[in-house]
Design a protein around this ligand. Structure first.
Ligand SMILES: Cc1cc2nc3c(=O)[nH]c(=O)nc-3n(C[C@H](O)[C@H](O)[C@H](O)COP(=O)(O)OP(=O)(O)OC[C@H]3O[C@@H](n4cnc5c(N)ncnc54)[C@H](O)[C@@H]3O)c2cc1C
Length: 425
């Protein structure tokens, strides 16, 4: 499938209500919802689809919910459904089904980012957004008097171009050049992960569970993180691992080598060999727990990885990229519907608090969790003593995947109450 091209426009014609920088899951979702509300949206992407994006390609029910909300046809070929998680660790191997909830579907999906991001970008275009590919945004255009961002400069086909808008959304991922240019730097007091992955041609391509391995060893130390095997359904499996920067072993760790050594110890019939590797091992950072704030400043709204929205409990980022895209779009639509600049600003300034209300307490719990499992011996203790208890593990799945109903069962109520009393991150 190819994303329909936006018609070529001159600089003056490129003016839009909102510019969204980056057409990953956060940007395309934001652009879709903005355009659906009738705003003129310009979605600027530096690469051209289809393109690779380093990822595990795993989608939990939270992500599925957002896809359904945008009318994406997840019954079409290429979407691989899963029933839950298979956990391997402490000498055990067991399956935990996604919980039955009213708030979320009871299945997850796998889809390579090569397809996934293109599908979402095409959906944004179908929704009415104008997508320009091969546009590398280089900096903000600032209003002299207010200091607000009123557009962006970019490089397209080697030429400098400028696009103007009333608001700009930073959806340009972890490196978020546009946020940096607006003075928004990474918070060092937030956990950061690193994850690496590759694909193997393997019989493990076909699996109706997302498989996670809780034991990653560096010498005699169990590392805070996990490995995964996600069947892509096309003859390959996405195999990778993610680690947290909070342990001493993180510094100087050779992740690629760790992945190589881990997969070498897998059963031979799975075929996790160098010859079966279809792509080199690639990695990237996982910005967690609101590691860039505030999420709104001077005309710039942050969504997805740009705002450090990855769940510190499990390293999941796609669902949060799409959810914050939807929340940001709702906020922007309301703001631009107000009569005066002061009224618009009031709505936009509430956006960081809306995010804190939605995720702040939960992310604070996640930071505590990260700190705990980074202590020497804790992962070891947890895998030996927690894994054998099915009820505890069902609770852990709900907590780690952030899957509860507001008025659900006792475990839902415990998780919700803890998230509510924890200070918003
Ligand atoms: C190895 C690995 C495995 C992972 N596995 C999973 C997983 O299984 N499930 C999950 O939910 N999450 C996973 N994540 C996290 C997930 O990939 C991210 O959270 C998610 O991609 C964030 O989406 P985003 O749209 O915010 O940013 P991105 O996906 O990074 O998209 C940003 C977009 O902006 C574009 N861009 C950047 N700079 C510019 C610029 N200057 N001008 C124009 N465009 C620009 C980029 O080209 C890109 O298209 C994983 C991450 C890694 C590294």
């Amino acid at each position: 499938m190819t994303v329909p091209a936006a018609p070529h426009r001159s600089v003056a014609e490129a003016d839009a209500d909102v510019i969204v920088v980056g057409a990953g899951p956060a940007g395309s979702t934001t652009a879709f919802h903005l355009a659906q509300a009738g705003l003129d949206v310009l979605l600027l992407e530096k690469t051209a689809f289809p393109r690779e994006k380093v990822c595990g390609d795993g989608l939990t029910p939270r992500a599925v919910k957002q896809l359904i909300a945008m009318g994406i046809d997840i019954d079409a070929p290429g979407w691989v459904r899963n029933k839950g998680l298979r956990v391997v660790g402490g000498g055990l191997r067991f399956e935990l089904d996604w919980p039955e909830l009213s708030s979320y579907p009871d299945f997850g999906l796998v889809r390579t980012r090569q397809d996934f991001d293109e599908i979402l970008a095409a959906n944004a275009v179908r929704g009415g957004a104008r997508l320009l590919q091969g546009v590398n945004v280089t900096g903000p255009i600032l209003d002299d008097r207010s200091g607000h961002i009123v557009g962006v400069t970019a490089k397209k086909d080697g030429e400098e171009v400028a696009y103007r808008s009333r608001l700009v959304v930073a959806a340009d991922g972890n490196s978020t050049r546009i946020s940096l240019a607006m003075g928004l730097h990474k918070r060092e007091d937030r956990p950061m992960g690193v994850a690496v992955r590759t694909y193997f041609t393997s019989p493990r391509h076909d699996d109706d569970y997302l498989e996670t391995w809780l034991e990653l060893w560096a010498g005699d130390q169990l590392l805070p993180g996990y490995g995964w095997i996600f069947g892509v359904g096309d003859g390959t499996a996405n195999v990778g691992l993610g680690l947290l920067n909070t342990s001493a072993a993180f510094k100087g760790a050779d992740y690629r080598d760790l992945l190589r050594r881990w997969t070498q110890n897998m059963p031979g019939e799975w075929g996790f060999t160098e010859e079966n590797m279809t792509t080199p091992i690639r990695g990237a950072a996982l910005p967690m727990a609101f590691n860039r704030q505030p999420h709104y400043t001077r005309g710039l709204v942050l969504v997805g990885d740009a705002g450090g929205m990855i769940n510190p409990f499990n390293g999941e980022g796609i669902a949060y990229a799409m959810e914050t895209g939807r929340i940001a779009a709702e906020t922007v639509v309301q703001a631009l519907g107000r009569g005066t600049a002061a009224q618009r600003e009031r709505v936009l300034r509430a956006y960081p608090q809306v995010l804190k209300d939605a995720y702040g307490g939960y992310f604070t719990l996640g930071r505590g969790f990260v700190e705990l499992i980074s202590r020497r011996g804790v992962m070891n203790f947890a895998t030996r003593h927690a894994l054998p208890h099915p009820r505890l593990m069902r609770f852990a799945l709900k907590l780690l995947a952030n899957l509860t109903d507001r008025r659900g069962d006792a475990s839902d109520r415990i998780i919700n109450a803890l998230s509510k009393v924890a200070p918003p991150a």
